[in-house]
Design a protein around this ligand. Structure first.
Ligand code: GLN
Length: 321
């Protein structure tokens, strides 16, 4: 457990980071899903949840937004549980693309999408979620999100509909994968599910608890519920580490050194195994579709507390006893 002084240090550093970057005006809010462009760009929150279930948060941490690509991490976990690692690997690879999140590219030889964190791979992953019909499959996903957040979650119908009618690029990818036999016939059902998982509403507090659940061997540190079989945590964190930040993943791994995932609504989760989960929310994005403030905050947290996984000089995290 952290002593009072350490908790205070963490708390005050979060406030320092929040006021430092509050006035940052870099980046632009995503607009290719029309409904997302309506968000207030000034919203900004940072939350840390430790594996002991302690919460440290600052800013607009109760504000709800759609989870978008961060959902890919958790649906990947559910697909692994549903299908097992070996079968999953025949459908979706684990190789970083170095390309944008929505690039239309499949492995030349295997015709698999490169990894479950880019859109093509995420759509193929969603197609593997088990259930009789679309409602049961959606309910299984929602229940999975409930285990990670500790409460029932809902789909934002406006954002879902907005992406459903404009998501031609994702639709094209699904058809390409059908052409190669990577996914099955039920394209409309799979795309609806995929757009719905992206439109699940969460707040920054939820992001931190979800990340902390991954840090805590799959057990939600607040509710004590097992959200995913612990044997898949290493699969999830490895893929987050190498592919979670898209075409910024290499630089992120080098500089920040923590498994992470971003989404175009402006969220980022980062996982420090056995220690804590970080959630940041700020809608303006950089050119690689990562939250500008989110990246800066994670960089500073990593430096300040020596979070980089391969930093040999760190013995124990400086704020831990
Ligand atoms: N729903 C978005 C899409 O499929 C998610 C993308 C993202 O968050 N990077 O394009």
């Amino acid at each position: 457990m952290r002593d009072a002084q350490c908790s205070l240090l963490l708390e005050s550093f979060l406030h320092e980071l929040h006021s430092k970057y509050k006035s940052c005006t870099e980046g632009t809010v995503a607009n290719y899903i029309p409904e997302l462009s309506k968000v207030n760009p000034e919203l900004f929150s940072i939350c840390i949840a430790t594996v002991e279930g302690e919460i440290y948060q600052v800013g607009d941490y109760n504000e709800l937004f759609t989870i978008q690509s961060i959902s890919k991490v958790f649906v990947y976990g559910l697909a692994l549980e549903d299908r097992g690692r070996d079968y999953f690997l025949t459908k979706v690879g684990v190789e970083p693309t170095g390309d944008a999140f929505n690039s239309i590219v499949l492995d030349e030889v295997s015709k698999r999408p490169y990894n479950p964190m880019v859109n093509a791979g995420a759509i193929a992953t969603t197609s593997l979620i088990k259930g009789t019909g679309v409602t049961e499959r959606l309910n299984r996903m929602l229940d999975m999100f409930r285990r990670y957040t500790g409460h029932n979650v809902f789909v934002d119908i406006s954002v879902f509909t907005s992406e459903r009618v404009t998501g031609h690029r994702n639709r094209a990818m699904a058809h390409l994968m059908l052409n190669f036999g990577t996914i099955d016939q039920s394209i409309d059902e799979t795309l609806d599910l995929y757009f719905q998982q992206c439109a699940v509403m969460v707040n920054c507090h939820d992001l931190a608890v979800m990340a902390a659940t991954l840090a805590n061997k799959g057990i939600n540190p607040v509710t004590g519920e097992q959200a995913i079989d612990s044997c898949y945590i290493k699969d999830i964190l490895s893929v987050m580490y190498t592919c979670g930040m898209y075409n910024f993943a290499g630089e992120w791994a080098y500089k920040v050194g923590i498994p992470a995932k971003s989404g175009i609504s402006g969220g980022i989760i980062a996982v420090i195994p056995n220690v804590m989960g970080i959630g940041v929310f700020s809608p303006p994005l950089d050119l690689r579709a990562n939250s500008v403030r989110g990246v800066k905050v994670c960089e500073e947290l990593s430096q300040k507390f020596g979070l980089h996984l391969f930093d040999c000089s760190r013995q124990k995290l400086q704020f831990c006893n």
